[in-house]
Design a protein around this ligand. Structure first.
Ligand code: MN
Length: 435
């Protein structure tokens, strides 16, 4: 059988829109920057709608956390409805579940009636909705919303493949074991739980990084995909990089591949700026500007909210560490930055640099610092030290760190670099303490 337009199509999978998110962690933004941030989550959703229209998608699924909080701003709700109405106007249905950020019972709805073809899944039971194209059933979409934020039930166990033609899609906000660190364990499940439903594609939300947890090979072996959030929300590591949606390509009735598409407006990045070879703060500023320009150019026309860590060791450390130095440098960088888009907004500078240390000179002093260096070198040259230190320290550090410390015994390279860093830090502290 050859592929026809009935069984070859695409649909768009989005999640974690967090509409009208307040951008935790970005402080003191200039008015133009604050305005762009304020609009970014809403604009990202508009871009997802445009993507679905441009690709002639068969349908859109949104896998939870549509809104940032249960209070659900009116503006966010209307913008969401308007986007779904644009799709409905072209005959494209939408399927929406709510997650831990926008559970059904604690939220409120400003929208009394959704555009035709919009399914907002209820929290009490799975609903299974067929999708037709040119009179042929090409897919079924099933889903369930969270009633309350802390949903502990493994909702995936309620899904099952119905006896119906087309591609079977499950839409769920959930925490798949091992998918990513640091996410609350709402509706926890395993990949095996998801396979049990014998669907073809799991459109998941909750984890903000885009993740393909499994590539499908038919019923019982589904694609399992987190779309990631549509627009980054903070400088945290999980929020860095391009954000958007996933276009899911179906060929001959089977999911063939997934294509991530960036739909964001503002990105967050963090970079290191070494000072080893610098002598003046003007040179540091020059380097930061160059790094910022390079970082902005790599972001495909998106604006950038940027943080930098001042690293390395050199004579400039003294000026960097002077109270107020980095605050003023930050203010100066902001004054000189363009504010029209795409902009590069300097959000924060942190000092992780150290002073230049001439170990030969320290050794020759014959003072306490020299003894410290000698002790560190003796420890570093004894192969038994990592194991000894790991055992002694592991017993006295907080439980969360104990495993990490114990692993030092089997990692002499890491132990050596930690010992070097500790020695230099101690020498800096001794020098700063003075007589
Ligand atoms: Mn979320």
């Amino acid at each position: 059988m050859t592929a026809t337009s009935d069984d070859t199509f695409c649909f768009v999978h989005a999640a974690d829109l967090h509409l009208d998110t307040p951008f935790a962690g970005v402080h003191e933004a200039a008015p133009e920057v604050a305005a762009a941030l304020r609009e970014a989550s809403l604009d990202a959703f508009d871009s997802i709608v445009s993507l679905a229209l441009a690709r002639g998608a068969a349908f859109l699924v949104v896998a939870g956390d549509v809104y940032d909080g249960p209070e659900r701003g009116l503006r966010a709700q209307l913008r969401f409805r308007d986007g779904l109405a644009r799709l409905a106007g072209e005959g494209i249905p939408s399927f929406v579940v709510h997650g831990n950020h926008d559970p059904v019972t604690t939220g409120w709805s400003a929208v009394a009636s959704w555009p035709p073809g919009v399914t907002v899944f209820a929290p009490d039971a799975i609903a299974v909705v067929p999708v037709h194209r040119s009179g042929t059933q090409i897919a079924t979409v099933q889903g369930i919303s969270y009633a309350t934020r802390a949903t502990a039930e493994n909702l995936s166990l309620r899904f099952a493949r119905p006896d119906a033609p087309g591609v079977h899609v499950g839409v769920l906000h959930c925490n798949v074991a091992g998918a990513a660190e640091g996410y609350a364990d709402y509706s926890p499940c395993t990949l095996d739980d998801l396979r049990r439903a014998r669907l073809d594609y799991w459109a998941l939300g909750h984890v903000h990084q885009q993740r393909v947890l499994a590539r499908g090979h038919g019923p019982g072996d589904p694609w399992v995909v987190y779309a990631g959030n549509s627009q980054a929300r903070s400088p945290r590591a999980s929020e860095r990089g391009p954000k958007g949606a996933v276009v899911v390509h179906v060929r001959a009735g089977a999911v063939e591949r997934v294509e991530p598409v960036a739909c964001d407006r503002v990105r967050f990045a963090s970079l290191d700026c070494p000072i080893d070879d610098l002598t003046g703060l003007d040179e540091l500023e020059e380097r930061l500007v160059a790094l910022g320009t390079g970082a902005l150019a790599a972001e495909d026309g998106r604006s950038l909210v940027l943080g930098a860590r001042i690293t390395g060791r050199g004579p400039l450390h003294r000026d960097v560490a002077r109270p107020g130095s980095l605050d003023e440098l930050l203010r100066h960088l902001r004054d000189g930055a363009r504010r029209d888009e795409p902009f590069c907004w300097w959000d924060r500078l942190t000092d992780a640099s150290g002073s230049a240390v001439d170990l030969d000179e320290v050794r020759a002093r014959g003072d306490f610092s020299a003894d410290l260096v000698a002790l560190a070198e003796a420890l570093g040259s004894d192969a038994g030290t990592p194991g000894l230190v790991a055992t002694e320290i592991a017993a006295s550090v907080p439980r969360a760190l104990a495993g990490d410390v114990a692993s030092l015994a089997g990692d002499p390279g890491r132990f050596a670099s930690l010992l070097d860093a500790a020695t230099l830090l101690a020498l800096d502290e001794l020098a700063a303490g003075g007589p």
